[in-house]
Design a protein around this ligand. Structure first.
Ligand code: FAD
Length: 462
């Protein structure tokens, strides 16, 4: 039996970051991980592998659609799918090994195996029982399916199966028009699959700014993705190498079916807390299966904390990381803080989509007086040169004080551009503060400044 100040259960972005920060703060720390490699969903079957495939397939798209326009002539590259998967696996390996290196560097013990909490202050891993003054649960989430839909990870797959299909399907049906479905749908569309997205609601990417939703769907349609909206999937029947998806259109209750070689079920994720023994410990859970915590990530059981996808809030790697750092600070007797009002959300399609803070719909509902500054990438010289003029930056600011309340970007590098606005919001900046900041030319960032100018006297290049 070993004695620790902190044992973190789960090594995803929440868990590994918490472990590193605990160690940096002088706490004797171990991290339990049941997977063969560190890094959790994010590094193994989530953010990183999906971005590798998005990158590779985007290069193909550029070669097929834009190279010749720039005078780069010749045959477009052909796709060696095995090699693309090997590239993706190599990227995963480099990242997960990186975490292993950081654990060694910070003297964090990796307790290999699945952990449980038999009683307060104790963590069981295999036959070994360890003592810990503090336990952080960072066990993440798993894909959620639908009633009537059985996942076999071959023909009916979750995102995990979709990241390692043996071949590129001719026809793929994606159930759910959320972030994961659209990112992976884009990958396969670029690789030649016919993609049909079946979505229950009438808009894609629920919760996102309405104007962005519309523009985003238009651009995805232009890229060849088909959408069946307002459709409730009833069942998926698998035949030997094919599947039949049955759905009901909500507007008229009519029944339809669509065939596919592969069905990607991308209907969200649910917290993963199986086998931890939380019920016996009396840890409070919400009706949605999330571990309940206070604003310092403490559960109702003393010495047990929880962070990341296993608790409430957006299921995002950077949200988990921030909570991991903050929980470590709290355990070390310092002050941990996460500003939930300024957590960016990004979709890594092409163009990218990024948002932070409030949407126009939310501001309207709250009855808040606001103004809108919008600027199209068509007016941005760099974007035009790079065939990236589709999309816009939209900044929402308080009508009286000019304080930035939210921003929504669809366009090139949106996922990077959004951070300028995040920093501004953290400092309580006004749109004018952004507008008065000199931005280098020619950059995509100038579009952010122009949108900020549009909140005041007007953009220059509009
Ligand atoms: P996880 O990353 O889920 O890690 C939890 C770890 O705990 C797992 O490794 C699991 O094996 C381990 N574990 C669980 N129970 C036990 C136990 N009892 N004992 C030992 N180990 C245990 N988010 C973004 O911000 N950006 C993106 O681009 C993005 N892309 C995504 C793409 C896909 C396809 C998917 C599926 C998700 C994506 N996400 C993205 C979401 C992101 O992966 C999660 O929000 C993030 O990984 C949550 O981190 P976590 O630390 O809470 O848990």
């Amino acid at each position: 039996m070993a004695n620790y100040d902190v044992i973190v259960i789960g090594s995803g972005p929440g868990g590994y970051v918490a472990a590193i920060r605990c160690a940096q703060l002088g706490l004797k720390t171990a991290c339990v991980e049941g997977r063969a490699t560190l890094g959790g969903t994010c590094l193994n079957v989530g953010c990183i592998p999906s971005k590798a495939l998005l990158h590779a397939s985007h290069q193909l798209h550029e070669a097929e659609h834009n190279f010749a326009k720039m005078g780069l002539k010749g045959a477009s590259p052909s796709v060696d799918w095995k090699q693309m998967l090997a590239y993706k696996d190599d990227v995963i390996g480099q990242n997960t090994k990186g975490i292993e290196f950081l654990f060694k560097k910070n003297k964090i013990d990796w307790l290999k195996g699945w952990g449980s909490i038999p009683e307060k202050g104790k963590v069981q891993v295999g036959d070994e029982l360890h003592e810990a003054r503090n336990i952080i649960i960072a066990t993440g989430s798993q894909s959620a399916s639908l009633p009537g839909v059985e996942v076999d990870e071959k023909i009916v797959v979750t995102s995990t199966g979709a990241l390692e299909l043996p071949k590129i399907p001719k026809k793929m049906v994606v159930i759910g028009a959320g972030v994961i479905g659209l990112e992976l749908g884009s990958v396969y569309a670029r690789l030649g699959s016919k993609i049909t997205v079946v979505e229950y609601l009438d808009q894609i990417t629920p919760g996102m700014d309405g104007e962005v939703q519309k523009q985003f769907q238009r651009l995805l349609k232009k890229q060849g993705l088909d959408f069946i909206m307002g459709a409730a999937v009833q069942s998926v029947e698998t035949l030997k190498t094919k599947a039949k998806v049955a759905y009901k259109l909500r507007k008229d209750d009519s029944d339809h079916t669509i065939d596919a070689d592969v069905v990607l079920v991308a209907t969200g994720r649910k917290p993963f807390t199986d086998g931890l023994g939380l019920e016996a410990l009396g840890v409070k859970m919400s009706a949605r299966g999330q571990i309940e915590t206070d604003d310092q990530w403490r559960t109702n059981v003393e010495g047990i904390y929880a962070i990341g996808d296993a608790i409430a809030g957006p299921m995002l790697a950077h949200k988990a990381e921030d909570e991991g750092m903050a929980a470590a600070e709290v355990i070390a007797g310092k002050h941990g803080h996460v500003n939930y009002g300024v957590i960016p959300g990004v979709i890594y399609t092409h163009p990218e989509v990024a948002s932070v803070g409030q949407t126009e719909e939310q501001l309207k509902e709250a009855g808040r007086a606001y103004k809108v500054g919008k600027f199209s990438f068509m007016g941005n010289g760099r974007a035009k040169a790079n065939f990236a003029g589709d999309g816009f930056v939209k900044i929402l600011a308080d009508k009286e004080t000019d304080r930035i309340l939210g921003a929504h970007i669809i366009g090139p590098m949106a996922g990077d551009l959004i951070h300028e606005i995040c920093v501004a919001m953290e400092f309580g900046a006004s749109a004018e503060d952004l507008a008065l900041t000199c931005h280098a030319h020619p950059t995509y960032s100038e579009a952010v400044r122009e949108a900020a100018l549009a909140c005041g006297d007007g953009a220059i290049h509009a």
